[in-house]
Design a protein around this ligand. Sequence first.
Ligand code: 0X9
Ligand code: ZN
Length: 492
Amino acid sequence: MAKERPSVLLFLFSLTFLLVHTLPYEPNAKYIGWQVKQVRLDDGSPEALVQDLYDLEDPNLLQVLRVSRVQDETDCGLAEIAVAPNYEEEFSNALAARGLNYTTVIADLATKLSMDEPFLRRADLLRGVATFERFMSFEEIQAHVEELPKQYPGQVKMQELDRTTENRPIYLVTIHSGSSKKSPVIFVDGGMHAREWASPAAALFLVGHLLESPALTRDVEWRIVPVLNPDGYVYTWTTDRMWRKNRGATRSLLCTGVDINRNFDYHWGESGSSKQPCSSIYQGMTPSSEPETNALISAVLEVKRRVKAYVSLHAYGQYILYPWGYRRTTPKNSAELEEVGKGMAEAITKAQGKVFAVGSSAKLLYPASGASDDWALGVAKVPLSYTLELRDEGAAGFVLPPNQIIPAANEAWAAMKYLGEYVATQEARTREAGSAAPAAGQRDAPSIRTAAHPVGHDLLPMFLDGFAGADGVDSESDESDSSEESFSDEVV
Ligand code: 0X9
Ligand code: ZN
């Protein structure tokens, strides 16, 4: 008997080893047997159908993973939908009733998701250190952000904007190496959608590179929220890898979470947004109902007079999107949005070879209202407002292999560098023009044109005259921006 003990132990050890390494990692386990179906929406107006699909969603049965547009002569929509094994029949009936066909593109979602498991389990990071060789947990990100002011004294400021429903901090990182208190601000957020892991990684990569690039932070102040939705991010690590929303309570006892990017108070609750709490694009009970939405709103409004650009980092699809998202029209400054967007896309292609499509959200992708980019332009009057959908085009989707984190983050960095240089150049021109300009009240003088414009398009009138806003809405009031004076002193 005594002789057999080692082999029993060995057996138990092997069994445990096998179980640990064959059972799906917890957040992927629920997707065992789920299939991903691709539905072609070539009906003349697929919007109502898309809306139907989103309203049908239930986190345990059916999830719309993505809706995109085919960029060819067919110009049809494509919806990718994950379906639980016990919902297949209802799903095919629901589609047949709507006259839609589908193909199965992923036979087992859990298998596809499990590709990145081994990388998640590595815990070899010193406190405060960042890595881009694998995705970082929220705790690692938090430690890194908290250490930044110690590592770069005087160059970076870290602020807690608010706490989430589950009491996690939403951090804002501000980087500015110049001494002017009037520098233009570029505001960037990452991690709004929980499962888009490339986004917080790209935001942190941007922070790291800005801290090593004083020329880019001298004339522009960067304000970056690396993880706007920490509760959702943590949930994708612990429980459900495909989670998109925050973890806020809803009127439904069964369904949790609001889509932060449908919760902003500009044409809230219109197209491409759902009233159903079980939907992944649930708009919330009221606009700005969520702490994450409010944290972003207050942080932008705090520097309202100075914010020249806003970029929300998302994944995936390789798009540079600008307003409007709520309807298929473009704002008054769309020529400029398009030119700067194209400049960013060119910078990305130069850096990494990938092509990013540029266009207004509703036209290029699909209408979706209550998003942060529309709010930034429509309410906060931030002239250059974008959503940057990082790589890839769908092969890996949300589960980007770790060896693509740096290339993806580099793409965002190339775009942000371009934007930073652009904003700085514009500011310098405005100052120059301002010092030579006629006194206030005589500002209706002909606009100044310059050949040295970075994208060959004249933006000066906007900066000189104040942004009149889109749709003819009034220009900003000077009421906000109250706390920035004291803050600027602290930074430098
Ligand atoms: O639908 C969204 O919220 C964004 N795409 S994502 O796949 N990351 O979810 C796009 C938002 C584009 N902007 C507007 N529609 N305003
Ligand atoms: Zn997103």
